[in-house]
Design a protein. Structure first.
Length: 693
């Protein structure tokens, strides 16, 4: 073991104008702190600022919590969860009577039922899912009203392993009636959700979640947008994949006695399985849309739509509905149905392998199986994208680049947040870069649910040969026929094709669109020239989320935050270096604005990251072990337009970096216990600073 700094007792005020390396300026730090020897090894640097005078930190306000004694108590048991999300729409106390394993609508492949006599009106309207339910059951419990209180009663709420495989976007508890704000996320559909079309979602206010455990989740433990006056207390959580708690643009939230115990370390699938499942679902919805076009009287808003549907659907399908003048199936229908069946056979084979232990078949493991990493001799299958313990963010999903400047409108921030007695452990991920294609419109080519073309898995950059798998063949077929089949073109106008955007022209050397090139050779590899510098997008994950790495506590676009007694243990990023396919870059290619970070950002690991923030108060913080296999590791990083942060008693140990190297776009490796970046000022440190390597 080697001390980077001895125990230091100090009281200083500092105004950050530029960061300096302590190893290069040891004398200046000695004069500032008067601590004697202060320099550590080259791999254990502390970056620190010049002196100044901070402004006063404004303390966070407590959430408003009403008395519960006059509220009705409703008991929730396993039987309440059999057919879908439990929607809490009226004030009251809701109390679990037993452990809940969420595995809804097994008979309908875990999807909401929106057609026929058994249509579920809680989740559907006009034969289609409402809001986020077109992504499936996105939560076990949705807290949608004022004065709603969930008492876990010492019980555990979790997904079943089979449902965790099937439903890849999910939160055990959602603090609204939809997972996204209007016009955000792949679930946004203005034509299927009356709330979204009116520009409003029902958010939880004056609510609480207390006294229990959150178990297996394919995405989040708790998730919410715009909720206010929220208390989360005496709750543990483990085996989530993306984040234990993720909140956007919330106000007056207190998390007390929270133990975030770690990510799921045995995830069987990577993102290709989820993409295939949603593509399969959208094809089913397109067929339902066509049936509705015949029976739903839609010709009044889309003249001729019923005739297009009759030419699209098979005659047998129509005759079963008493419609005898259908002339289909169309070429598009026949092709899509065949591709869908082939993909579904492969998906079913993978499901059988994972859930029942059947032998691998249909190339399913290659198509959908997750990557394996070695962690000190233990094989783990970790999430293949960005991972967090707890996140607090401003307006909208946390999917873009690190914010560069703070929001002017406070309603677009997260404000008045208190974390007290919080422990975050086992924040582990194998962050995987997915090379993507972009068109002349500058946008990534996405499928129906926002998933990207996985270029590195189907394209040989050396030969220019494209070899699509079953998933990509179906994607290309849908994109091709969407521009050639009248019914599919009409479905796109009704947003029944989701976020499909694969047919755009290219800006590079290709003279044709990708779907057209595929259609000329649908079942054999085909030549498709790509200009890397113009057509390829780097530094993103499978859902076109900007790479940010692994962060135990991520705080962005936030104001008035108090953190008291925080402990972070074992943050590790096993992700590989960024690809050189886009060349050497210092800012993410084709990003709207240059990054504040240099190069590829998927290998980063952070204990705490504070970004675009005001008025923070941290008291008694301990961070143990932050590691990156191929990039930077930082215990505390404060960066990008941050003002007024007080830090009292900070302890950190065990930073580890790998072979980051200098092969741009990958950063030179850095390992900093405290790093203060650009445009940070008014930082006050009081008490003990202890770092141990």
């Amino acid at each position: 073991m080697k001390w980077g700094f001895k125990v230091i007792v100090f009281l200083v005020s500092i105004n950050v104008t530029s960061a300096i390396d302590v190893n290069a300026s040891c004398n200046q730090i000695k004069q500032l702190w008067d601590t004697g020897s202060c320099c550590g090894s080259a791999d254990m640097m502390l970056t620190y600022p010049n002196t100044g005078h901070p402004g006063a930190v404004t303390i966070a306000s407590e959430p408003v919590q009403p008395l519960k004694s006059d509220l009705n108590i409703t008991i929730l048991s396993q039987a309440d969860f059999v057919y879908g999300t439990v929607r809490l729409t009226t004030a009251g106390v809701y109390k679990l009577s037993e452990n809940i394993v969420f595995d809804p609508n097994i008979a309908s492949d875990n999807w909401p039922v929106c057609t026929g006599s058994g249509a579920q009106v809680k989740y559907c309207s006009n034969n289609r899912p409402i809001g986020g339910y077109n992504l499936g059951f996105f939560a076990a419990i949705a807290m949608e009203a004022d004065n709603v209180h969930l008492d876990l009663n010492g019980k555990t709420l979790s997904m079943s392993p089979s449902f965790a495989l099937q439903q890849r976007f999910f939160a055990l508890i959602e603090l609204a009636d939809a997972p996204f704000i209007p016009d955000a996320g792949p679930g946004a559909d203005a034509n299927s959700n009356p709330d979204v079309s009116n520009g409003s979602i029902a958010f939880c206010t004056r609510c609480s979640i207390t006294n229990g455990h959150l178990g297996l989740s394919s995405h989040h433990g708790i998730h919410g947008n715009h909720a206010s006056d929220i208390l989360i207390k005496d709750v543990t959580m483990k085996d989530y994949e993306i984040a234990g708690i993720s909140l956007n643009s919330v106000s007056r939230v207190k998390m007390e006695n929270i133990d975030v115990q770690g990510h799921n370390i045995d995830i069987p699938s990577r993102a290709t399985y989820s993409a295939s499942r949603y593509l399969n679902k959208f094809w089913t919805e397109i067929k339902t849309f066509a049936i509705g076009a015949i029976h739903g009287g839609m010709d009044s808003i889309a003249p001729g739509l019923s005739d297009k549907a009759k030419a699209f659907l098979p005659a047998a399908t129509c005759s079963s509905m008493g419609v005898m003048d259908c002339t289909g199936p169309s070429v598009a229908y026949a092709e899509m149905e065949s591709r869908n069946i082939a993909l579904r056979v492969q998906m079913d084979a993978f499901y059988a392998t994972v859930i029942t232990g059947s032998a691998d078949a249909e190339g399913a493991q290659t198509a959908f199986g997750n990557f394996v990493v070695n962690d000190a001799g233990v094989s783990k299958r970790l999430v293949d994208g960005n991972a967090y313990g707890i996140t607090l963010h401003g307006k909208g999903p946390l999917v873009g680049r690190f914010a560069q400047t703070i929001n002017v409108d406070e309603t677009d921030m997260s404000t008045d947040i208190i974390l007290k007695n919080v422990k975050i452990s086992g924040v582990l991920a194998n962050v995987n870069e997915v090379l993507q294609l972009r068109g002349t419109d500058g946008k990534a080519m996405l499928d129906v649910a926002g998933s990207t073309i996985r270029l590195s898995e189907i394209y040989d950059f050396a030969t220019g040969i494209m070899t699509p798998d079953r998933l990509h063949k179906m994607r290309f077929a849908l994109a091709y026929h969407a521009t050639n089949d009248p019914l599919l073109a009409a479905a796109a106008a009704f947003r029944a094709l989701g976020t499909l955007r694969i047919g755009a022209a290219f800006s590079g050397t290709s003279t044709d669109t990708l779907p057209n090139a595929w259609a000329a050779s649908p079942d054999t590899p085909f030549q498709f020239p790509i200009n890397n510098s113009q057509d390829v997008m780097c530094n993103f994950d499978s859902m076109h989320h900007k790479q940010k790495g692994v962060v135990a506590l991520f705080l962005q676009q936030s104001k008035r935050v108090s953190i008291i007694n925080l402990e972070i243990n074992n943050v590790a990023n096993f992700g590989k270096k960024g690809s050189s396919a886009c060349g050497a870059y210092s800012a993410t290619p084709h990003d709207a604005t240059a990054d504040d970070h240099l190069g590829y950002t998927g290998t980063q690991a952070y204990g705490i990251l504070i970004n675009t923030a005001r008025d923070y108060d941290l008291k008694s913080t301990t961070i143990n072990h932050v590691s990156s296999a191929h990039g930077d590791s930082r215990a505390l990083f404060i960066n990008n337009d941050v003002e007024r942060v007080g830090i009292q008693d900070f302890f950190a140990s065990g930073l580890v970096v790998g072979d980051g190297g200098e092969d741009s776009p990958n950063n030179v490796k850095r390992s900093n216990y405290i790093e203060l970046g650009d445009r940070v000022k008014d930082i006050k440190l009081v008490g003990h600073l202890q770092t141990l390597q």
